[in-house]
Ligand binder design. Sequence first.
Ligand SMILES: Cc1ncc(C[n+]2csc(CCOP(=O)(O)OP(=O)(O)O)c2C)c(N)n1
Ligand SMILES: [Mg+2]
Length: 377
Amino acid sequence: MPEEKTQRRNTNRRRPAFQMRINTKYAPRKVPEGQARSCIKDTSLTHKQMLELYRYLKLTRLVEERIVNLYRQTKVVGGVYRSLGQEATAVGSAYALRKDDFITPIIRDLGSVFVKGVRPREIFAQYMAKAWGPSGGKDLNVHFGYMDRGFIGPISHLGDMIPVMTGILLGARMQKKDIVGLAYIGDGGSSTGAFYEGMNFAAVQRLPLIVIAEFNHYAYSTPTSMQTAVRNLAERAAAFGIPGYIVDGNDVIACYEVTKQAVDHARKGHGAVLIEAKTYRRKGHAEHDDQRYIPEGEIEDWEKHNDPVDRFEKFLLDEKIATREKLDEITADVMREIDEDSTWAESSPMPEAEGAVYGVFDNSIVPPAFRPKVLEN
Ligand SMILES: Cc1ncc(C[n+]2csc(CCOP(=O)(O)OP(=O)(O)O)c2C)c(N)n1
Ligand SMILES: [Mg+2]
């Protein structure tokens, strides 16, 4: 009986499982009428790091613009997916990682891929299905990976990268490595079964998984309110018993700071964290999507008042971290790299047909069966 009493008392002292722990310190704030948005000032970033962040933001935007140009010239194979208006989420969050940490991006996270060290030429060659692209023309857009650079290539099935990253982190723990994993997911993707299973397993195992859930208002043409009843994706953290954060996804500094906190938490062994980034997809699902389902003025409103690049520029200029000339110089340097790299990719060869049978299976175990036939032709 006394034992039972103690047990009950202990249970009562525990936090109720349904209690929500959502930190909104970095959530979007209303700005007074007529004032332009900037970024949060409370940051540990150095001026040099901030200029590097600016470079990654511009690089992401301008590389995507070049890909659209190539697409209109019919040089791209497959669809083109933009992260216009969301660049700060991917760039700021990935910047909080260590070199040996892992990411698994989705189609709106090109910025994180650059932060991980991928060069624009690899992206151009990949979009054009060239032999020298990272997948050698076997797959397209962000469907490639580099294990040695901590970049797990995503598959198309929404949600499935969450359990994959969870498995990677379990493996890393068994190998006594203290890496963390950052997985990106859209608002639509976070309503899949795989998302729940992966998050739950990471949470119960206290694995260092950080999930960035991008509330960009749409999944294809479906508004978020029509595919989930929660107002904030971060509320789902309560289902797993892990902390949830809401961040202004268009404020690159806030995205960095919130992820840095989550990374520290996860690396210390305290387990998984869910971060919801409030942002907006200014382009359609892909370039072919004419966005006719979007209410009038919505895109223009985000473009005018909440563009992540404009906001960071305003911050850098207002805080006298950079002059307009310095920002123009960075942009010119980015353009030079893009020109050079897209020329390289355009002039690189298309894959040989024979290449299709290599690099799919381990060819030392499974010999390429079609080889003689291909060579005969
Ligand atoms: C399991 C699954 N269902 C459907 C699709 C088709 N699909 C690809 S992208 C997409 C919409 C994704 O929306 P969201 O997760 O919000 O990401 P966003 O495109 O907004 O970044 C859908 C339905 C898929 N790839 N996988
Ligand atoms: Mg979405």
